[in-house]
Design a protein around this ligand. Structure first.
Ligand code: ADP
Ligand code: MN
Ligand code: MN
Ligand code: MN
Length: 343
């Protein structure tokens, strides 16, 4: 039997990488990702190579059922390698894998809230031609045709993610019309990031059939409209067991050059979104607080009450690279927890 394997990879578009994919026909059934063949592509068409040495290598790292094609067909997420099998400079997964391995003993896990905006032509879905909808207020978690735009696409995407076996934990309508969110996790750092990339691909692919596009632009409409983020919820075993570790992690993120080291890698245009308005903290001022949606890092009220749990880094943009944000959080917080003997 012929299996259609959709090989998906992350390209070299700057400042924000895009997803690319192409189909490989495989003969017979495949058991695991390790058995899937390497493949290649023309890196000169993806900003990953020069024309005179254009070959880049695709190495499968994660595969799942393809809910679009159904049957035995599969989606195959790949990392990009140079022809000498070293990680390509655009391959941020390789660095995460190293850091995650180093701190695996602390059992870090993540839940990422992916916000995004549907567009029909040049306007967000639900924005009237040549005008604006009623101001924000009723759209977040709303119901009814006056408030909700694109629910059929959102439901189809959710079904596709579940059929693919992704660890989706919820969906909701967001503050601006045409804006939505899904959450992936909690899962270990590499898995949550792999699955988020697949869920993004499925979002674009699902919306394509409705002739709608989806964007992760952090500020799709200028002015008094919410931006789109990717709140990153994080815990280690010690944080899930006690409050001291929660505070150690929050403090570590505020030390020295850490706030800037993080924020400048939290997605292109992060300063456009982190203005201090619209439930954000200003990008150049680090803060943390219980229940505080105006802080850089929020400790949920339940976590304070229980004296254990997780923290929410509210700074990452919707267009953040999940391999990067998870690496930075593990690196900063797990090193501090290790130093404090809280592991
Ligand atoms: P918000 O109230 O900020 O909108 P959401 O419910 O959208 O929060 O997302 C919270 C995310 O945090 C979910 O993906 C959830 O799985 C994740 N999460 C819950 N507990 C933990 C934990 N201990 N460590 C990391 N992530 C967690
Ligand atoms: Mn949320
Ligand atoms: Mn949200
Ligand atoms: Mn949140």
């Amino acid at each position: 039997m012929s299996i259609k394997a959709e090989y998906i990879w992350i390209d070299g578009t700057e400042p924000t990488a895009k997803l690319r994919s192409k189909t490989k026909i495989l003969d017979g059934s495949v058991a695991g990702v390790a058995e899937l063949p390497l493949w290649g592509f023309d890196g000169s068409s993806t900003n990953q190579a020069e024309g005179h040495a254009s070959d880049c290598v695709l190495r499968p790292v994660y595969s799942c059922p393809d809910p679009i094609r159904g049957g035995e067909h599969i989606l195959v997420l790949c990392e990009v390698l140079n022809t000498d099998m070293t990680p390509h400079s655009t391959n941020t997964r390789a660095e995460l894998a190293e850091v995650a391995e180093r701190y695996a003993g602390q059992e870090p896990i993540f839940g990422i809230e992916q916000e995004y905006t549907f567009f029909k032509g040049h306007r967000p879905l639900g924005f009237p031609d040549g005008g604006f909808p009623a101001p924000q207020g009723g759209y977040y978690c709303g119901v009814g045709a006056d408030e909700i735009h694109g629910r059929d696409i959102v439901e189809a995407h959710l079904d596709h993610c579940l059929a693919a076996g992704l660890g989706i934990s919820g969906i909701n309508a967001e503050v601006m019309p045409g804006q939505w969110e899904f959450q992936v996790g909690p899962l270990d750092p590499v898995t949550v990031a792999d699955q988020l990339w697949i869920a993004r691909w499925l979002l674009y692919r699902t919306a394509e059939d409705f002739e709608v596009s989806a964007t992760l632009h952090p500020k799709p409409v200028k002015g008094d409209w919410n931006g789109a983020g990717a709140h990153t919820n994080f815990s280690t075993r010690a944080m899930r067991e006690g409050y001291d570790a929660i505070i150690t992690a929050c403090e570590a993120l505020g030390e020295g050059s850490k706030p800037l080291d993080h924020v400048k890698n939290y997605g292109a245009g992060v300063d456009e979104r982190l203005t201090g308005l619209h439930e954000t903290a200003p990008w150049d001022r680090y803060s943390y607080g219980v229940s505080d949606r105006g802080a850089s890092v929020r400790i949920p009220w339940q976590v304070e009450k229980d004296g254990k749990g997780y923290i929410e880094d509210r700074r990452p943009n919707a267009n953040v690279d999940p391999y990067v944000v998870t690496r930075l959080l593990v690196d900063t917080c797990c090193a501090a927890l290790e130093k404090a003997g809280q592991v």
